[in-house]
Design a protein around this ligand. Sequence first.
Ligand code: PEP
Ligand code: CO
Length: 449
Amino acid sequence: MARSWTPDSWQAFPAMQQPDWPDTAALDAALKHIASYPPLVFAGEARSLQNSLAKVAAGNAFLLQAGDCAESFEEFSANNIREKLRVILQMAVVLTYSMGVPVVKVGRMAGQFAKPRSSATEIIGDLELPSFRGHIVNDQLATTAARIPNPERLVQAYHQSASTLNLLRAFTKGGFADLNRVNTWTQEFVASSPEGQRYVELSNEIERALRFMRACGVDTENYSALHEVDVYTSHEALILGYEEALTRQDSLTGQWYDCSAHMLWIGERTRQLDGAHIEFLRGVGNPLGCKIGPTTTPEFVLELCEVLNPAAIPGRLTLISRMGADKVEDSLRPLLRAVKDAGHPVVWACDPMHGNTTTAPNGRKTRHFEDIVNEIAGFVRAHNAEGTWPGGIHVELTGDDVTECTGGADDLTNDDLDDRYQTICDPRLNGRQGLDLAFRVAELIRTQN
Ligand code: PEP
Ligand code: CO
């Protein structure tokens, strides 16, 4: 018989990566406030995303999950949100047009604040400080005071998520995402580049196709799919008190949903089968993701599928592999085979970022564009060899002209990293590198299938 589940049943299990909140009364008060606030998303929206992901699981659509490594309380503005959305929409257009399948768009946005850390403390200069855990917990400033977990940040994260989601909804439904305007989505710094030029050519082709449809009598004006898009939100469900406070029962179905985002994922460091994160997420109706690194075994993946998706609902579970470019093909193939043989309808996505992080001589964490492309190429090869669908990519990017990842069309080098290194956590692709990646991914999948 299935074990019973309640929104707080995770509390009886070991929870990794939870902050050491010094003031538990203040923590309880913050969580109580959040529990009284409106949900950020609705159950019906999470179900729509799951239906779209079911198409990905069946090989008829592609998942693009993208956004910041960690959203920032300081870098929070309409511009910042719009530019990130713009790159995601541009990448989606390139992938849709080039691959001929719908692209399911999911942002690492409107709630992606919490960061797991390999170590509880870090050395900065001569200081050993508690690690920075994301703005939902503490601040990255290198002082002891800044690193003390502050529960008021949970409330601020809720409000920032609400404002971000509000703007995302406005942009995606209010005309900005109109397919008739694909040619206006190019940022200035991208337009001048080779991939910017390629994008202009592609948007001209789309314009011609739309003119053709109108000439044939299709009423493109009143066809909402051409004017609006669905962009869903997601984040790593790390701070379980926060997630529990936003977990609500759907009045329509009686099912529980974590209404902090449409999709939640479990990170590489918190995916213990007997741990609190899996216990919490197995009980909510949202589509779920789980990161799987190079040590993952077929036995683990099969148990994960059983625990998180016992009813084998297509689209419920996305397995996000993050193996490293040199390991992905060999590490992934046995997993693909095991899941296929067991008949689990999962979405397979490739996170080509987290297994390819290096440290430049100046101490900056970076990732090389070609390693990122190579991991996706290995991911696609593994799927082709096993007869499964390389369902999507999961990437860290920003719309801004940052210099955090090396390589790409501008061939950024380690020496360029100091120019505009703005991330508060992992290095992100800039807008140009994101667009470049979309063209490369579309080619990889087209030529190998
Ligand atoms: C992340 O997605 O930012 C992250 C920490 O990934 P992982 O859990 O795969 O290391
Ligand atoms: Co990251």
